[in-house]
Design a protein around this ligand. Structure first.
Ligand code: FMN
Length: 160
């Protein structure tokens, strides 16, 4: 059975819910759902495909998610060529910075995007809204579910 590694980080719960929705729907593969702080190069090398889920903080990947890539980038370089990946971003109102950053990392790793980046905007912009626990809306959760199911189906069928 193929393995889908889902690496996530979340400060206020949004990206965590998105990752969990995708993981639950990925029934046709073995899913490893790991917080960024617990994921390392061995997990990356052992997987057949990757789903990254993170918030945008200051127009960049959140710190722990960036740290995951920093720790794994060189140990995995030249060892992942052609493997499939997808990206989910939980942003207040943008998300483009994370998309740019991860697509550059993925290019370096020679990963193949199997879907456009999935961005969910929670509209958090005031200090209070930023600090509040997030609840991802049902239609956005459905987009995450669809991505997880499609990724798993394609991976299991050998399409990706
Ligand atoms: C320090 C910090 C910086 C942020 N910077 C951005 C930003 O640059 N662009 C944006 O769209 N949202 C930004 N946000 C908002 C978060 O992306 C938003 O609250 C998101 O829903 C958080 O996801 P999470 O619940 O998974 O942590 C920022 C939040 C924090 C705490």
């Amino acid at each position: 059975m193929k393995t889908l590694l889902i690496v996530w980080h979340s400060r206020t719960g949004g990206a965590q819910q998105m990752a969990a929705a995708a993981a639950k729907a990925a029934t046709e593969v073995s899913v490893r759902l790991l917080p960024a702080a617990q994921a390392g190069p061995a997990d990356v090398l052992a997987a057949d495909g990757y789903l990254f889920a993170a918030p945008e903080n200051l127009a960049s990947l959140s710190g722990p998610m960036k740290d995951f890539f920093d720790r794994c980038y060189y140990p995995a370089l030249d060892r992942l060529a052609g493997r499939p990946y997808a990206l989910m971003v939980c942003a207040g109102s943008d998300g483009a910075g994370v998309v740019r950053q991860v697509s550059r990392i993925a290019t370096g790793w020679r990963l193949r995007a199997i879907a456009p980046p999935l961005i969910v905007c929670t509209q958090a912009q005031t200090p209070e809204a930023i600090a509040a626990a997030k609840i991802i809306a049902p239609d956005d959760m459905a987009r995450c579910t669809d991505l997880g199911a499609a990724f798993a189906a394609g991976l299991a069928a050998g399409i990706f």
